[in-house]
Design a binder for this molecule. Sequence first.
Ligand SMILES: Cc1ncc(C[n+]2csc(CCOP(=O)(O)OP(=O)(O)O)c2C)c(N)n1
Ligand SMILES: [Mg+2]
Length: 611
Amino acid sequence: MTAPNRATLWGRVLADELAKGGLEAVCIAPGSRSTPLTVAFAEHSAIDVYSHLDERSAAYFALGRARRTGKPTALVCTSGTAAANFHPAVMEADQARVPLLVLTADRPPELRDSGANQTVDQVKLYGDAVRWYTEVPEPEADERKVRSLRTTAARALAETTGIQPGPVHLNCPFRKPLEPIEAPGDVPDSFTETSAAVGRDRPFVETTGGTQTLADADLQRLLQTLEAADRPLIVAGPADPTALAAREPGAVTDLADRIGAPILADPLSGLRYGPHVERPDADSGEPRTVYGGYDAYIDALPAPDVVLRVGASPTSKRLRHWLRDADARQFLIDPAGAWREATFTATDLLAADPGAVVDGLLEALDEREPAEPATPCSADDAWCARFDAAERRHWEIRDDALAADVLASEPFEGAILASAIANAPDPATVFVSNSMPIRDADRFGRPRAADLTVLANRGASGIDGIASTALGAGSATDEPLVLVTGDLAFYHDSNGLLAVDRCDVDATIVLLDNDGGGIFHKLPIEAFDPPFTEQFKTPHGLEFDALADFYGLEFERVAPADFSAVYRDSLETPGTQVLAVTFDSEASHRRRETLDERVTSAVENIVDGSD
Ligand SMILES: Cc1ncc(C[n+]2csc(CCOP(=O)(O)OP(=O)(O)O)c2C)c(N)n1
Ligand SMILES: [Mg+2]
């Protein structure tokens, strides 16, 4: 490794070591102090570089890419407030376990607290939100220091994808010259051949992760409890990105069949969509086990007695509360043994890899002599049959209410989410904004046998960074990309739209334009106006066609009844289209309420046996 000066050496060694460790992409925002890093990444052929103008959008773009791939994505910025603009995405990465590697350039340590320009306290800037923070030593052609730099790079990557994946922050002080210009004596020729400078033809430190498994006796006890249950249930919450990338939903559906448990699959669980959703013998009349409409009918069903839970807390508040109120044994399986459960419902925490637990349970069932045939949720099994009947009734009612002719007179936001998911190509990546879009995706996104990767920022649930996260996810795949966003979220991250062109991502952007935050109609504050309209709903009257034009995006205002056809066309058309659908958020909210009432009473009749 040669370099004209020590700062350039540092940048090159870091980029070299990160590439050897498997880093594939970095998002860079411009600045001077970060020059050694920027130049090194830009000249590295194995790393894709995405250039961004705005650090907040850059960070969310990197987050989206890492979320979609489950692999680390790096970020580079200069010193000062630039680094603070990464903070929202770092928070999301922490809470949603996204492998993000943050490299902030800094002034040399003696300039801290000295009044030097663009110098702020960047030490542990993100607090406890990162899995690991370290200050990279100042550049120097010193063998031990370079070895430590290579080890730091290897460790940083390993920490982002460890047992609890998440962000890592390396603060990197540099002194001038920052550009690759000759500084005589800085990096002696003799140094460039040392093993530290050259590195290895593999990562300097190869990290091998293990999988947490349960002891046999614990697995057997779990199996006995599940088998003894009258009303077993599997609840799959939002999946961690690394788990989502490696998903094998077939194992969970096998287990559900073997123990007679319905699966309640969150739209972000990786279990609601995919070929496993359809039984191979779909004509047999046997129920499917993967359910998605539960938010509407769950209150009308009897409580489970044993629950197996994987993933983060489910999106559906009704489901969370129903689980809270159930007098059930609830096993929460988390690879990091974390307590991600704000309703305090779990009775048992299994600190183990959910996939390994499921495989272990299946193996234990297989090992029985003689092997027992699968006992799928069957039409004779009252517990499963109730779920199946409720789910069917739910979608019948929804289908009627969301039909195009009904929408012509009664526009409804939920219908757009239903269509965006039902008509998404197979495969596709569908990113759903926070606020009502993700709630409507939960309620109206019917399970499908298509390979859909549905994503959202549900870690910290910000409405900032939505467009950037979606585009970052899209940058990592050749699949069609759909973004469904509310108008405030769209406005909030309008800077992020620059990535469509700069980062060459194609998307279909569905904009639910209800002129403000429709979600606030859900809350009691709705009755207090003022300040409801001005301070909560915040109508803005912004014209988004001008915004689309600014970023060179095609824009079309679509009538709700025409949405499905226009949406399908857009997905077959190259380029990025914004399909804006106008709604009255209050009317949509009332529609959600009346639909829920209809489904609940229909399901109550099923449970009573009167339907
Ligand atoms: C960064 C951030 N600021 C504020 C909020 C609080 N908040 C949650 S939803 C919402 C309104 C979002 O409006 P929009 O995107 O139009 O979706 P809608 O409610 O209309 O479905 C706000 C302000 C938040 N979650 N994140
Ligand atoms: Mg809105």
